[in-house]
Write a new protein. Structure first.
Lengths: 692, 258
C-alpha cells in the first residue's frame, strides 16, 4: 500500500502538479505587486541615514530580532511570541521545501540529507507542535481572557481582536495541515528512516490515521497539501494588510533602528544649518514628511500595546497613546497609498489623525521606545511633528511665554541674565565655597554648567550649592559661566523650536570653549543629555553622580552614618539619566555607600522608570490629564515601602515635591536630591584659611 | 477687507524687578527687553483670522525708532502682509492724544476698512483707540472680545462688560475697535518665521510723508514712585511657603479664618 504525492496525483484526469505550480506563481506575482505598492510611500518619504554602522546593526539583529530579548519583559505574551517566532524560523525551510514537493515529489534540501535531515524532521515536528500550542494559548488569551492592554479606546477606532484571532487560526491551520500531510504519508508507508517525533502534532495524527483506508490516506495527503499551500500563500499576501506585516518587516526595522540613545534627528538629513532657513516647510506636517524608516515603523507595529502600557502620559489619561500614534499613521498610509488604485490626497496630520494636545503631551521620557520589541521610534516623530506645529505657529499659550523668554533672555522664566550667577554670591555660601565666575578671560579645569532651573529656582539653587561644596571638597578647580550661560536647550530642541536651539547652542558652545575647561559637570540630566548628544566639540560632560562615584573610589569622602536608622530609601531613575544615558548604577552606588542605608526598589525602576512629568518646558505645559504623573510616581514609592524618595534631577525633585503635597503624603514621604542627601553625610573639613 | 493694526513696542516687565530711573519720572530701561504689547498681539491675530475668512490684507503700523522694526517683523511673521514704521524726531515725545493724531494722519493717507488697536498698553492709558476713532470720525467700540463679519459694511462684535456679561452689537465699517486679550489664541512666532521676513523692506514714513502737523502735549509725566506703606499695611517677606504660613497666621489672628 502506497500513496502518491501532489506531484503525481491525478484528479478527474488532471494532474494536480499544475496547481502546485500555478498557486505559487500567481501568489508570488500578487505578493510582488502588493509589496511594490507598499513601497511607494517609502520612496516618496523624507531621507534618513541608516545605511551605516552595519556591525552595530547586526548586533541588534542578533539580540533584538533573533534572540527576541525584549519579549520576556512581558512574560506570557513574550514566551508565546518566542515560541511562534522560533517555530517559524525552523519551519521556514520546511515550508519552502513543501512548495517544491508539489511539483517535484522527491525534493529535498541538498544540505539536509542523512542524519542532519532526520534531525531537522524531528525539529520541525516539534516546532509545528509548539507553534500550534502557542497559537491555541494565544487565541484563548486574545479572544477570551482579553488582557486590557489590547483594548482600543473609542477615540482610536474599532477593536482589533478579530484580526489577531484570525491570524492565529491561519497559523494553526498551517501547522495542522503540514502535520497531516506528513502523518498520512507515514501511515501509508513512508520512506525508510522517517518517523513522527513522539508527542508531536504529526505523531498524534499518525496515531489517529493508523488503520485508515488507502483512499482516506491518499485524500488526506493531497487535501492537506493544498490546504497548506493555499493557506501559506494566502497568509503571505495577507501579511501586508495589517499588523502581521511585521512578520516581513521586523528584520529590516530592527536592522535600520536608531542606534543612539537620547539624540534627536536633524530636521532634514544632509542639510547644513545655514540651509535650514531656505526650507519651504519645517518638520512633519503630512505623511510624506516622515522619513522612510519612520514609515517602516508604521508598517512594522505588531499592535502589542506595550508602548502605551508603559507610557506615563497614557497612564494619567493624557490624550496620547504611542500605540495609536503608529496605528493611526499606518491606517492612513494604507488608505492614502492603496494596493488597488492610485495614491490619494492625504489630509494634514494635525487635525487629520492627530490633535495638537496629543503631540504636546509627550514628555520624551522614552519608556515606549525602551519597551518596543521591534525598536519602533517615537521621540523623533514627536519632535518632528512639533517642529511642524512650531512652524505653523500652533503652540499652546502656556508654552509661548517660556519660549519667548528663552529667545529674549536665554531662560524660560524671563529673568535677567545678570541674575544668573547671583546664587554664588550669598554671603554664608561664598565664605565657605569659592566658585569662580568664568568671565573676562578667567578659566578653570572644570566647568559647572548650572542651567536655568539651577540658576533661578531657589530650591534647586540649594542643591547646586551642595554640588559646588562637594566639588570644592574634591579640590576641583571649577567655576560657572554666570551671565554668559544660557539655557542648555534640551527641551527647546525636543519641543521642536530647532532654530532657537541652534542659536542657543552656538552661543553656549562659544562661551564654553572660551573657558577651555577639561570637563563639564552638571547636576541636571537634561543638561547632561543635550550637552553630550546635541552639542559638538565640547570636552567630556559628566553628571555629578559620576563625579561623586569617582571621588568615592579615590577615598575623598568620609561619610557619617545616616541619622534616622529606620528610614527606607528608594531611588527614582530620571529619564534623561537612566534610559537616555544608561546611568543606572552610579546613583545607586552613592546611596549604598551611605552607612546605614536601607534601600528598596520600586516596581518600575531602571529602564522601566516612570516619568515624573518631564523637565524644562514640560514644566510649563498645561496638559489635559486625570492626575499628575508625579502623583502616580510618589504613590509607587509608598507602595514600595519607601519613606524617602531620592532622585538625581532638578525637575524630578520639583515635580515630586509638588506631587507629595497633592497626594497628601507630606508626613509619609520625603523627596530629596541625591547630591543633597550625599552632601549631608559628608564630613566636610573646614576650608583651610592658608589659601591666602 | 483691509485691516490696519496699530502696535506698540513695550518693555517686557512681567518677571523683572522694575527700578526707577535717576530722574524718578520713569522706569529704568537698561536691563529691559522689549516685546510687542500683548493686547496688540491679540489684535494682529484677530486681523489675520478675519482676513483668512473673508480675504483682504493686514497692515501693522508702529510709531517709534528703527528698534520697532523687530516687533513689526514679529507681527509680519505671524501673517501681516505689510509693516509700516512711523518715525520722525517730531514723534519722540508724545502723549496719547499725539499718538492718536500721528496714527490718524497715516490712516487719512490710506484706505482701511477696519482699524484695530490693543485695548491698552504698558502705561495703561487705554486712550489711543478712542481718540483715534474720534479724530477719524469713525464708529468705535472698546474691549472687543469677539468679531464676526456680517457683510461688506457691517460687523457683529462682542464686548465683555461688568460682571462677566457679554454685550453684542453691530457696528458699521469702516470703524475702530480696541481689542481685549483672550479674543483668540495668538499663534507662536518661531525664530525661523522671523528670519523669513528678515529681509522684507519696512517703509519708514516721517511727519511730512503722512502730512502730520505737530500737536502740543497736553499730558506731562511728573513723577513715578512706589506708594509708601499706609497705616495698617504690612509687606510680608520670605519664601512662598513662609509667606503662606505667615498669611494664615495673620488671617487667623485677625479672625479672617478660623
Amino acid at each position: 500500500m502506497d500513496i502518491v504525492g501532489p506531484a503525481q496525483f491525478v484528479v478527474l484526469g488532471i494532474k494536480t502538479q499544475i496547481f502546485s505550480i500555478l498557486i505559487p506563481v500567481v501568489a508570488l506575482v500578487l505578493f510582488a505587486y502588493i509589496i511594490s505598492k507598499r513601497l511607494i510611500p517609502l520612496r516618496r518619504a523624507a531621507q534618513d541615514e541608516r545605511f551605516n554602522r552595519f556591525g552595530e546593526r547586526l548586533a541588534q539583529i542578533w539580540s533584538l530580532w533573533l534572540l527576541q530579548v525584549k519579549q520576556p519583559r512581558y512574560m506570557l505574551a513574550g514566551v508565546l511570541h518566542m515560541a511562534i517566532f522560533f517555530g517559524f524560523l525552523v519551519l521556514m525551510l520546511r515550508s519552502i521545501a513543501l512548495v517544491f514537493i508539489g511539483f517535484q515529489g522527491d525534493f529535498q534540501w541538498p544540505f539536509l540529507d542523512g542524519s542532519l535531515g532526520v534531525g531537522y524532521t524531528i525539529a520541525k515536528d516539534y516546532a509545528a507542535t509548539v507553534v500550534f500550542v502557542a497559537c491555541v494559548v494565544a487565541g484563548i488569551r486574545r479572544g477570551i481572557v482579553k488582557p486590557p492592554r489590547y483594548a482600543v479606546p473609542e477615540q482610536y477606532g474599532k477593536d482589533h481582536t478579530g484580526e489577531a484571532v484570525f491570524v492565529l487560526a491561519l497559523i494553526s491551520v498551517l501547522m495542522i495541515s503540514e502535520s497531516l500531510f506528513d502523518a498520512s504519508k507515514l501511515v501509508a508507508g513512508g520512506e525508510v528512516g522517517h518517523f513522527a517525533a513522539p508527542l508531536s502534532l504529526a505523531w498524534f495524527f499518525t496515531g489517529m490515521l493508523r488503520g485508515s483506508s488507502t483512499e482516506l490516506l491518499q485524500g488526506t495527503h493531497i487535501v492537506s497539501y493544498y490546504v497548506h499551500d493555499l493557506t501559506f500563500f494566502y497568509f503571505l499576501c495577507f501579511l501586508p494588510f495589517g499588523k502581521h506585516f511585521h512578520v516581513l518587516t521586523s528584520f529590516f526595522n530592527v536592522l535600520f533602528l536608531r542606534l543612539d540613545r537620547g539624540t534627536v534627528k536633524p530636521v532634514r538629513y544632509g542639510l547644513a544649518k545655514e540651509e535650514l532657513d531656505d526650507l519651504e516647510s519645517f518638520g512633519v506636517k503630512k505623511l510624506e514628511d516622515f522619513t522612510w524608516k519612520h514609515m517602516l515603523d508604521f508598517y512594522s507595529c505588531a499592535d502589542c500595546g506595550r508602548c502605551s502600557d508603559q507610557c506615563p502620559a497614557n497612564a494619567v489619561k493624557r490624550p496620547l497613546s504611542p500605540r495609536f500614534i503608529t496605528i493611526k499613521a499606518r491606517d492612513l498610509l494604507f488608505k492614502t497609498f492603496p494596493v488597488w488604485g492610485q495614491p490619494q490626497e492625504a489630509p494634514a496630520l494635525i487635525g487629520g489623525i492627530y490633535t495638537e494636545d496629543e503631540i504636546w503631551s509627550c514628555t520624551t521620557c522614552g519608556a515606549c521606545e525602551e519597551e518596543c520589541p521591534l525598536a519602533i521610534e517615537y521621540i523623533d516623530k514627536i519632535v518632528d511633528l512639533r517642529r511642524g506645529l512650531i512652524d505653523e505657529g500652533m503652540v499652546p499659550q502656556s508654552l509661548q511665554k517660556p519660549l519667548n523668554a528663552l529667545e529674549k533672555r536665554g531662560n524660560p522664566y524671563g529673568k535677567t541674565a545678570k541674575q544668573r550667577g547671583k546664587w554664588i554670591e550669598e554671603e554664608e555660601f561664598a565664605q565657605t565655597v569659592p566658585v569662580k565666575l568664568l568671565q573676562g578671560g578667567e578659566t578653570a579645569d572644570t566647568l559647572f554648567f548650572v542651567d536655568s532651573v539651577g540658576s533661578y529656582d531657589d530650591r534647586i539653587i540649594e542643591i547646586n550649592r551642595k554640588a559646588a561644596q562637594l566639588l570644592h571638597h574634591m579640590d576641583k578647580d571649577f567655576g560657572i559661566l554666570g551671565e554668559q550661560e544660557k539655557d542648555a536647550g534640551n527641551e527647546i530642541r525636543r519641543f521642536g523650536e530647532e532654530m532657537l536651539f541652534q542659536e542657543i547652542k552656538e552661543h553656549n558652545t562659544e562661551a564654553i570653549l572660551e573657558v577651555a575647561p577639561q570637563e563639564i559637570v552638571t547636576t541636571d540630566p537634561h543638561t547632561f543629555n543635550t550637552l553630550r548628544k546635541d552639542y559638538e566639540g565640547l570636552p567630556p560632560v559628566r553628571h555629578i553622580s559620576q563625579v561623586l562615584v569617582e571621588g568615592l573610589a579615590q577615598g575623598k569622602f568620609s561619610l557619617r552614618p545616616l541619622e534616622e536608622k529606620d528610614l527606607v530609601y528608594t531611588y527614582h531613575d530620571p529619564c534623561y539619566l537612566g534610559r537616555h544615558n544608561l546611568l543606572y548604577d552610579e546613583p545607586r552606588q552613592l546611596l549604598d555607600a551611605l552607612p546605614g542605608m536601607k534601600r528598596v526598589e520600586m516596581e518600575k525602576h531602571r529602564d522601566r522608570s516612570f516619568c515624573c512629568s518631564g523637565g524644562g518646558l514640560a514644566l510649563f505645559y498645561e496638559p489635559e490629564e486625570e492626575t499628575r504623573m508625579g502623583v502616580v510616581r510618589v504613590q509607587m514609592a509608598r507602595e514600595a515601602g519607601a519613606d524617602v524618595l531620592v532622585t538625581a534631577c532638578p525637575f524630578c525633585l520639583i515635580n515630586m515635591e509638588d506631587a507629595v503635597k497633592i497626594a497628601g503624603l507630606e508626613n509619609e514621604l520625603k523627596v530629596i536630591d541625591l547630591t543633597e542627601l550625599f552632601a549631608e553625610q559628608v564630613e566636610f573639613v573646614p576650608t583651610v584659611a592658608a589659601a591666602v | 477687507m483691509n485691516i490696519l493694526v496699530c502696535v506698540k513696542r513695550v518693555p517686557d516687565s512681567s518677571e523683572n524687578e522694575i527700578r526707577l530711573n535717576r530722574e524718578g519720572n520713569d522706569i529704568d530701561t537698561d536691563d529691559l527687553v522689549y516685546a510687542v504689547n500683548e493686547w496688540d498681539n491679540y489684535a494682529v491675530e484677530e486681523a489675520i483670522q478675519l482676513v483668512d475668512k473673508v480675504g483682504g490684507s493686514v497692515t501693522v503700523v508702529s510709531i517709534g525708532t528703527e528698534e520697532n522694526e523687530e516687533i513689526l517683523r514679529r507681527e509680519m511673521a505671524m501673517g501681516a502682509e505689510t509693516g509700516v514704521l512711523l518715525s520722525d524726531p517730531l514723534f519722540e515725545e508724545a502723549d496719547g492724544r499725539k499718538l492718536a493724531a500721528i496714527l490718524s494722519a497715516y490712516i487719512s493717507k490710506n484706505n482701511f476698512d477696519l482699524v484695530l488697536c490693543g485695548a491698552q498698553a504698558d502705561e495703561g492709558g487705554a486712550q489711543v483707540g478712542g481718540m483715534l476713532a474720534a479724530m477719524q470720525d469713525k464708529p468705535y467700540a472698546a474691549l472687543v472680545n469677539m468679531i464676526e463679519v456680517l457683510d461688506d459694511n457691517k460687523l457683529k462684535i462682542g464686548r465683555e462688560i461688568e460682571g462677566g456679561s457679554q454685550e453684542i452689537s453691530e457696528i458699521e465699517l469702516p470703524c475702530v475697535l480696541s481689542i481685549q486679550t483672550g479674543i483668540n489664541e495668538p499663534r507662536y512666532v518661531s525664530i525661523r518665521g522671523i528670519r523669513k521676513v528678515a529681509s522684507v523692506e519696512i517703509p519708514t514714513l516721517g511727519a511730512a510723508d503722512i502730512g502730520f502737523t505737530d500737536v502740543p502735549l497736553r499730558l506731562n509725566k511728573l513723577e513715578y514712585f512706589q506708594p509708601e506703606l499706609g497705616e495698617g499695611a504690612e509687606m510680608l517677606e520670605g519664601s512662598e511657603e513662609e509667606l503662606a504660613d505667615k498669611l494664615v497666621e495673620l488671617l487667623q489672628a485677625k479672625g479672617g479664618i478660623k
